[in-house]
Design a protein around this ligand. Sequence first.
Ligand code: ZN
Length: 110
Amino acid sequence: MTTIKTSCPVCGDVELTPGQMRLVVCSKSDWSFYSFNCGTCRDEIRKPADNEVVSLLVSGGVRAERWEIPAEAFEEHTGTAISYDDVLDFALGLDRVDNLAAMIIPRVEV
Ligand SMILES: [Zn+2]
């Protein structure tokens, strides 16, 4: 059986089986990590996993979990944030529209 050697910041060297490790591979590679519960102090240890670490762990039999972050999460936004007043103005504006669907859907001339 494969034994993976890593370390706990408190207890030092730790030996684990692939099943004792969690590998999370993120669509933003800087956020990929692996974690395990230290058998001595019982803390969950989480460490970054670059491409080399991911390859080593996968080749050692650790199952990789995919973590997809929507592209919208990385969009840059400018301007002020939407306030409660903005939301209320929008809701009041909706009340003034009799048929919102008719306003949004383009008309087809026959
Ligand atoms: Zn420990």
